[in-house]
Structures are given as C-alpha cells and as structure tokens.
Design a binder for this molecule. Sequence first.
Ligand SMILES: C[S@@+](CC[C@H](N)C(=O)[O-])C[C@H]1O[C@@H](n2cnc3c(N)ncnc32)[C@H](O)[C@@H]1O
Length: 292
Amino acid sequence: MREFTAEYLRRTREGMWADSRAALEPLSLESRSRILDVGCGTGELSAVLAADSPGEVVGCDVDATLLESARTRDGVSTVAGNALELPFADDAFDLVVCQALLINLPDPAAALAEFARVSSDLVAAIEPDNGAVDVDSSVDREERLERRARRAYLEGVRTDVTLGGGAREAFESAGLDVHETRRYDHVRRVEPPYSEGAVLDARRKATGSGLADDRETMLAGALTESEYDDLRGSWREMGRDVIDQMASREYRREESVPFFVTTGSVPDTRGAVPESEGSVPNPTSPVSECER
Ligand SMILES: C[S@@+](CC[C@H](N)C(=O)[O-])C[C@H]1O[C@@H](n2cnc3c(N)ncnc32)[C@H](O)[C@@H]1O
C-alpha cells in the first residue's frame, strides 16, 4: 500500500473545492444525516462535507497517524478501518464517499461493494486521472521533465491511477445504479508571494527527494537505473532553476489535475427475499420494511 504523509496531502489538496462545488451537487450534502468518508487521510474532503452538510461526518482510514489530523477538523469524527472490511453495520450511512482512494486499490469494485453494504442510499467516488495532469511553468524544462517522470511512474504503478472518469464500470460491478459523472479540475497556482508549501516543493525538486519517493515504482516499469539517475540529475537542475526564479520572483507554475465525481445508488431491490424463497409478501413484515 502506498503511504501518504500529512504534509503531502495538505500541499496537494490546497484550495481544492474552494473555487467551485458544482461537481459535488449530486451528493445532496444539504439533506444528508450520516456521511462516511473512506480513506479520508487528513480529512481534506471530510472538512468540506462537514461544512456543507447538517449531518454527522465520519472519516475512516487505515493510517492512524493521518487520522490524528482528520480528528481535529470541525464536525468530523474518525474511526480506523479498512475500506474492504468497514467496521460499520449495514446501512449505517446515507452517503458513503471517497476521494483519491480507489486509484490506490487493486480492486476498486470490491471497495465499492463494501461502501454499498454500509450505505442506505448513495455511494460516490471522487477520483483523479493522473495521466491527464497538465503543467505550465516559467521554467522551460519543468513541463517536459514532469511528463517524463509521470510516464515512468504510470508504467510502474500497480493500480489504476488514471481511473478518473472510468469508475462507472467498477460501480456497475459492485451492483450500484450509476447516476452520473461530473468533472472538477483542481488547479494549483504558484506565484509570488510564494507559500511555505511552494518553497518546500521547490526544495524537494532541487534535492531530488520528491522524485526519490517514487524511485521503486518507476523502476518497476520500463525505466532502467541509469535512465532514473539521468532523470534525477536533470530534475535537480530544474529544481535549482525554480529556486533561482523564485529568488527573483519570476517563477510561475500552474498545475491542473482532473478529478471525476461518480455517483451511484444502492439498488431498491437489495435485501428483498425472492418470491420463490418466501411466503406471500406481507406489507407489514420485516422483509418489506427492509426494502428500499
Ligand atoms: C491519496 S490519499 C487520499 C486522502 C484523502 N481522501 C484526500 O483526498 O486528501 C489515499 C488515502 O487512502 C488511505 N487508504 C489506502 N488504502 C486504504 C484501505 N484499504 N482502507 C482505508 N484507507 C486506505 C491512505 O491511508 C490514504 O489516507
């Protein structure tokens, strides 16, 4: 399982959902009473859900360290747990949602089936297409090198990090009735005055430490050790250009990551006893009450 630091999640989610929440409209947050955010990490999405819903928001993650940050968010409580075996009863929530979780799982449909078990109504997944990230930078070679590093990473990674708008199929395999998919472009701009996160990013480029985090994944694909060393050398030079441009306040960068919000409902027929197995349907029997 790929591990994420709290610092990485804060940096990459900066400003997310602050510009527009139109893609979240199908979640009907204003009418939810109990929401589960699976793979919540530091609670970046949980905080948005809590702000826009009168209901209770629970964040769940396998990483106990990240959950400590999520717990500090207003209106968010946390529970440690695995997306494939959620520690909740059937129908415990009326919305179960995740953000950038499915792209890290070998079998997204298995997780969605578990989401459907604990949801009485809606399931939603907000997943990026990391193959369609767009970068525009005042440092000429930054765009080209990022493309090269991204290609090497995509070739080596074992899960579908480009899932994005293609989650529909996994929803259907999990038995969910798909409603729609909406797109939200998360745009991050770096410009003067530079934030602490932007300065840290530049340092990670100049030292090559950011790239080194993905070394194993890149080498698991087509990239050879010497190609990796070559890429890292160019990467560090590019990082030094970024720092120089920052010193003269010339550096500008814009990155756009497309996220796709797919929603689907738990079918009405779930829990119904087939007529051949049961007696004559009785509208007051517990079986009828379970039907949605
Ligand atoms: C890319 S991060 C996304 C975090 C958060 N949803 C966000 O968008 O900022 C993926 C998260 O999924 C969690 N995760 C990975 N596999 C998991 C699993 N099987 N069950 C629960 N959480 C998992 C990781 O610990 C991490 O916090």
